[in-house]
Design a protein around this ligand. Structure first.
Ligand code: OGA
Ligand code: MN
Length: 297
């Protein structure tokens, strides 16, 4: 029998085989794993890292030096990699690595700029949204351009009982078309083919974590078009109220980037966003990978 606690101690037949050096990112939420080199980590260490990830909503590992191949291999140890709907901003020969950046090379933007600046969860417009997102810091601005991650389990637990009862069982329509055609940055109309490729989906407003059943508010402000069985205005007001609740400072970890940081979050129990930065003065380059998820329930 293998057992593991929240701090990444793997036990095999009652004996600890790997003990990771960890600390909380914020009391009760998130974990940093220190003193590991992912390029040379052995299988047991990797296993402890994966299990640690599943027990904390966010995981930080600093000072990494990974090639695109190594980065993809590490991410793939969490599950099958998800490719992106948009192909233009990927690393050459690595369609699974998406670039977030304000950089322009030879007159062409190399990445998506200000892609995630509103509170959201990745790819909720898919029937099986991403299970986890990994960001790797390649170039980071010295100020701002932070990533904020909110604890959607902690927030759910803190909701008044009356609200929990009111939202129990509600279903929400998520739409890629609505997201793309109404977003502030990068707004555009979908092509007919894109519309066919991205049908609307319905997900529960409260989802259960498949690993241990903990309940989270499942929110993605840009893609949530309406709450089923509710007038549009009322549904939108409810989503806004819940999003405002989850994104209070007390539930948020703010990540200040350093080059070589690997930050992963569990999209089944968090909500996140990027903050703006001075894009005339600084450059920001991030590699983003997604691991496929299951249908929320
Ligand atoms: C994203 C995203 C956050 C960031 O690309 O989906 O949320 O800090 N990015 O760039
Ligand atoms: Mn995102």
């Amino acid at each position: 029998m293998q057992n593991l606690d929240k701090n990444g101690v793997v036990e095999l037949n009652g004996q600890a085989t790997v003990t990771l050096d960890t600390r909380e990112l914020k009391p009760g939420f998130g974990v940093e794993i220190m003193n590991v080199d992912l390029a040379s980590a052995d299988e047991e260490t990797l296993k402890a890292i994966i299990d640690t990830f599943h027990r904390n909503g966010v995981m930080l590992i600093r000072n990494q030096h990974l090639t695109p191949d190594e980065l993809s291999a590490f991410t793939a140890s969490f599950g099958e990699l998800e490719s992106n709907i948009l192909k233009q901003f990927t690393v050459p020969d690595h369609p699974e690595i998406y670039i977030l950046s304000n950089k322009v090379v030879d007159g062409k933007p190399i990445g998506a700029h200000f892609d995630g600046v509103t509170w959201h969860t990745d790819a909720t417009y898919l029937e099986r949204p991403a299970m986890t997102t990994l960001l790797y810091g390649i170039e980071v601005p010295p100020e701002e351009g932070d990533t904020l991650i909110a604890d959607a389990v902690g927030a759910f637990n803190a909701l008044p009982m009356e609200t929990k009862t009111k939202i129990d069982g509600l279903q929400v329509l998520h739409s890629y078309r609505y997201f793309t055609e109404t977003r502030e940055y990068g707004r555009r109309q979908l092509t007919e083919q894109e519309k066919l490729d991205t049908p609307d989906v319905v997900h529960p407003l409260i989802r259960k974590h498949p690993v241990d059943g903990r309940k989270a508010l499942f929110l993605s402000t840009g893609a949530m078009q309406r709450v089923l069985g509710m007038p549009d205005e009322e549904g939108r007001a409810l989503i806004k109220k819940l999003a405002d609740f989850v994104t209070q400072d007390r539930f948020i970890y703010r990540h200040k980037w350093q080059v070589g940081d690997i930050l992963m979050w569990d999209d089944r129990c968090t909500v996140h966003r990027a903050t703006f930065y001075d894009d005339k003065k600084y450059t920001r380059v991030m590699y983003r990978l997604w691991v496929k998820g299951d249908r929320p329930f």
